[in-house]
Design a protein around this ligand. Structure first.
Ligand code: F3S
Length: 294
């Protein structure tokens, strides 16, 4: 029989849980509830919210202008321009920007016209939001090689997308040290991310199979996958139970389940239950002749 381990740091982080819970509590209190972009990177959760009347848009002009319309800002936060546009349109704003992301916005605002370097992915909504609060020049750097393209500067503030790895932070910062005389370093990697990644690596090292559960657009889940993959060759990235690689599960192995910050608990439980059921089948059939092992 295999051993199934679920990571302790799996599923909704503080910022995502707060956003999902608050939106659920808001249902029924307004005529229209819109989220600016998908509340979290999970299709099932978004579909469920849609059924309850919570709609997604990034086109503020298309939102019906009634007194009872609320626009939700998700945990990733938004740029100053988007925030002001929502306000100017007269909508009530439910700002669920994660406090850890809001802290980055504050540091960027405090930097005034000093150049800001954001270590992260250019197209990620959190990075777009952070960039949108800067008053000076912004450089977005996704790797040490990209850091080499930043011009020589007198001073710069360096911040991180909350979900990058410490390894990336260290690599980029050492590359920047050769180009910028005075670095104001604000390592804004989220603690949750750090714990989650550390535990994922430990589990991957000790496991035969790792299942990484989470949405395909979830940057932190993708990073967990990459980290686990480095330490466990049989690492699989799954959105839902339909994608479980049941045919690849063998008996007497250690299977770890890790999950991103936007993966709901019920999905993690579903994966665990299905894996346990499969393992029971394997366990009861292993001594039967000509029985195909799942
Ligand atoms: Fe916030 Fe960290 Fe989650 S920044 S949204 S608690 S990953």
């Amino acid at each position: 029989m295999s051993k199934i381990i679920v990571a302790q740091n799996a599923g909704f982080c503080f910022g995502v849980a707060r956003a999902v819970d608050t939106v659920n509590e808001t249902i029924g209190k307004y005529e229209h509830i819109y989220t600016y972009g998908e509340l979290i990177h999970n299709k099932d959760v978004i579909a469920d919210l849609e059924k309850k009347g919570v709609l997604v848009t990034e086109d503020i002009d298309s939102i019906p202008q009634t007194e009872r319309t609320v626009v939700v800002i998700r945990s990733h936060g938004v740029s100053k321009a988007v925030y002001e546009k929502i306000k100017q349109c007269g909508f009530e704003v439910l700002d669920l920007t994660c406090p850890f992301v809001a802290r980055i916005h504050s540091r960027v605002i405090e930097a005034g016209d000093m150049p800001v370097i954001i270590i992260g992915a250019e197209n990620h909504p959190e990075v777009i939001g952070i960039k949108g609060w800067a008053q000076g020049k912004v450089y977005i750097v996704g790797s040490a090689a990209e850091a080499e393209k930043v011009p020589f500067l007198e001073a710069a503030l360096v911040v991180a997308q909350t979900t990058i790895t410490h390894r990336l932070w260290d690599e980029v910062v050492s590359a920047l040290k050769t180009r910028i005389r005075q670095l104001d370093l604000f390592n804004s990697i989220c603690d949750t991310t750090q714990k989650r990644q550390k535990e994922a690596v430990e589990l991957a090292r000790a496991s035969d199979i790792v299942l990484v559960v989470g949405g395909r657009h979830s940057s932190n889940t993708e990073k967990l996958y990459q980290l686990c993959r480095r330490h466990c060759e049989k690492t699989y990235y799954i959105d839902n139970i339909a994608q479980l690689p049941l045919e690849k599960v063998t008996n007497h192995v250690i299977i770890s389940i890790v999950a991103g910050a936007s993966t709901p608990d019920w999905l993690i439980r579903e994966v665990k239950t299905l894996m346990s059921d499969v393992e029971k089948v394997v366990d009861t059939t292993e001594n039967m002749e000509e029985q195909e092992v799942v």
